[in-house]
Design a binder for this molecule. Structure first.
Ligand SMILES: Cc1cc2nc3c(=O)[nH]c(=O)nc-3n(C[C@H](O)[C@H](O)[C@H](O)COP(=O)(O)OP(=O)(O)OC[C@H]3O[C@@H](n4cnc5c(N)ncnc54)[C@H](O)[C@@H]3O)c2cc1C
Length: 590
């Protein structure tokens, strides 16, 4: 590399990690997230939090209503049923990536029912250690309320920009194999759900489901297709503290130690940066309430960034993509990882800065974060806020039976070892996050102890622009979903991940039976949720494999005009991926 090139990539590297510095060293405030629903005189449009659905098409409904009580929610469902309309429940956040909240688009008869203003009741039952909440209550609101009263929620997603209704509908989770495990829905004791009713029932009725009810295990993870959830009753524990330390080390042993790691630490996870040959083990345990420390985990990726910085990072990433510069990506991946190590990824001993391990703090401040959501400074935001044209990325999430996960890691290592630099594109984000979920009774939960991976990677501004090393991400997905039969997270992923999903859940039929019983008129059905429930051949068109809308079988499904051809996998030969003829060099061994 000559001197000028070196400095260009150095500057790009610094731009890339700037938000991390800024986010952690200053008290930064952001623009409040906008409502996901925008209406004009004739139509309402729903966006997800990234502003772009998987198919890049809009999602419409005729109108939206904002109930504030359970009875108003029931009346909203009643109106929809009485008038032969369809409906989807939408939330204040709309943080699900695929179109799960989108009603059927072809009949012009759909309504949105929003829980944005249905968020006032949080009733704590201190004797029975439960809390009952309106479904529109925000996760942070709930955490703060229970902590204030001396209790904690044990499991929750890492991201707090979600509502309780949204979290349980999608099987969202944190990480744990202890107790009832890391999935939020496994800590649910009761669900009130409003389903269509007969005329004499006022066209809508409230079902109050508890664990003895046969419909309860369907309602625990309902994908929003069974009815409108009005109340959720959750288990509580007495308030506790946690002690967290991150061990940044080599990745030699992940496949041998991942089970022990989860058994040893209640809130264990592992973040794997394959291109850097680095694994970060999270040593995370409960400590007594009187242990010294008032720390927070303000995860770096969820801190507010200056808008200009987010835009510069996006511009830098686009430049690296468009010039096919893997080396530049690796430079930024390296700088990012170095900075994460320095700042403990957002752990702060005193709420402001990181001074050393372990960081001890209350459960309510250690499990879940999202500080980018709450502040008010107009020149900052969450990095992916669609209004600022900042980061745009995909997230693939695959859930494995624990016993198969070691083999998956070995396959990924083989793929990585062909050319480790090809993995820098995910290490620029958060590498591969490895978390744990325990076996669940929920029909659409995990039937056995499982391991979940998430990885994020660049998404272009238009659907026909291929991505650097996209063959690697595609092979990774296909190894997970097809070779090892991993299941998708219901709230994430690109279309190919739901192929054949009906056959991956042993109790899928019971869920369909429950749907037929509860939503007799398919009021809560939608195009995407129907694809999940009943399956659909992936439709093939020119360029369809570039964004995971299909798996390529011909070159035209990739982008031959831009030098991307349909090719076989390198480790998993059965995989079919779009590979660049110009950036890929076949190793001698292949
Ligand atoms: C930055 C980010 C980080 C994330 N981190 C995690 C994580 O750590 N762990 C994890 O598991 N997931 C994570 N997710 C995914 C997230 O937890 C889910 O997408 C969650 O469902 C979002 O909640 P929401 O309130 O925005 O729901 P929405 O996206 O608005 O809705 C999700 C589904 O629930 C249905 N629904 C919502 N409320 C009701 C109701 N009252 N009655 C019936 N149906 C209802 C909707 O119709 C829709 O089908 C993350 C997502 C993002 C964007």
């Amino acid at each position: 590399m000559d001197n000028t090139t070196y400095w260009i990539w150095w500057v790009l590297g610094i731009i890339h990690i700037l938000p991390l510095f800024i986010g952690s060293n200053h008290l930064i405030h952001s623009i409040t997230p906008q409502s996901p629903i925008q209406c004009n005189q004739t139509i309402c449009t729903l966006q997800n939090s990234y502003g772009t659905w998987n198919d890049r098409k809009n999602c419409y409904a005729l109108n939206v209503t904002y109930p504030t009580t359970e009875e108003q929610l029931r009346l909203a469902v009643s109106y929809v049923v009485q008038n032969n309309l369809t409906a989807k429940i939408v939330t204040k956040f709309s943080h699900t990536i695929p179109k799960l909240s989108c009603p059927q688009q072809n009949n012009n008869h759909a309504y949105f029912i929003s829980t944005e203003k249905y968020d006032t009741e949080i009733q704590i039952d201190a004797t029975n250690l439960t809390v009952t909440v309106d479904s529109g209550v925000k996760l942070r609101q709930l955490i703060d309320e229970v902590e204030k009263n001396g209790f904690s929620l044990v499991a929750a997603p890492y991201w707090e920009g979600v509502t309780i209704g949204g979290v349980i509908s999608t099987g969202s989770h944190g990480s744990s194999w202890w107790g009832k495990g890391g999935a939020f829905h496994d800590h649910v004791f009761g669900i009130s759900i409003i389903v269509p009713g007969s005329k004499s029932e006022g066209y809508a009725k409230v079902l109050r489901l508890e664990s003895h009810d046969p419909l309860f295990n369907a309602a625990k993870v309902s994908l929003g297709v069974l009815g409108a959830i009005s109340k959720v009753k959750l288990s509580l524990e007495h308030r506790f503290k946690r002690s967290i330390a991150f061990n940044f080390t080599d990745d030699n042993d992940i496949e041998n130690v991942y089970i022990e790691h989860a058994k040893k630490y209640e809130f264990a996870d592992i973040t794997w940066y394959p291109s850097r040959h680095t694994a970060v083990y999270r040593y995370d345990v409960r400590v007594p309430l009187d242990a010294a420390g008032d720390g927070v985990y303000d995860f770096i990726g969820f801190q507010a960034n200056e808008i200009l910085v987010s835009q510069s990072v996006r511009a830098a990433e686009k430049l690296l993509e468009n010039t096919g510069n893997t080396e530049g990506k690796c430079l930024t991946a390296s700088a990012t990882l170095g900075y994460k190590k320095l700042t403990a990824n957002g752990l702060k001993n005193n709420g402001l800065i990181f001074t050393g391990y372990p960081v001890i703090g209350y459960q309510g401040k250690m499990q879940t974060s999202g500080s980018c959501l709450y502040s008010t400074r107009i020149d900052t935001s969450c990095a992916w806020d669609p209004r600022i044209k900042g980061l745009s990325f995909y997230e693939s999430t695959a859930i494995f039976p624990a016993s198969k996960f070691g083999d998956f890691i070995n396959d990924v290592k083989k793929l990585r070892d062909i050319n480790p630099q090809n993995f820098c594109g995910i290490d620029n984000y958060n590498g591969i996050l490895i978390r744990y979920i325990k076996a669940s009774e929920a029909y659409l939960g995990q039937s056995e102890d499982s391991v979940v991976i998430d990885f994020n990677y660049y998404r272009a501004n238009d659907q026909f622009t291929p991505r650097l090393n996209q063959d690697v991400w595609e092979e990774l997905e296909q190894i997970a979903f097809f070779k090892y039969g991993a299941k998708p997270h219901w709230a994430k992923n690109r279309n190919l991940a739901i192929s054949n999903v009906q056959h991956k859940y042993p109790k899928f039929n019971l869920f369909i039976e429950a749907k037929n019983q509860m939503d007799t008129q398919n009021v809560f059905s939608g195009d995407w949720s129907d694809e999940i429930l009943y399956g659909k051949e992936l439709v093939k068109f020119d360029g369809c494999a570039l964004e995971g809308q299909c798996i390529c079988s011909e070159d035209r499904h990739c982008s031959p005009q831009k030098g991307y051809y349909c090719s076989h996998g390198l480790v998993y030969k059965e995989a079919r991926v779009c590979r660049s003829s110009s950036t890929f060099v076949y190793p001698d061994s292949l």
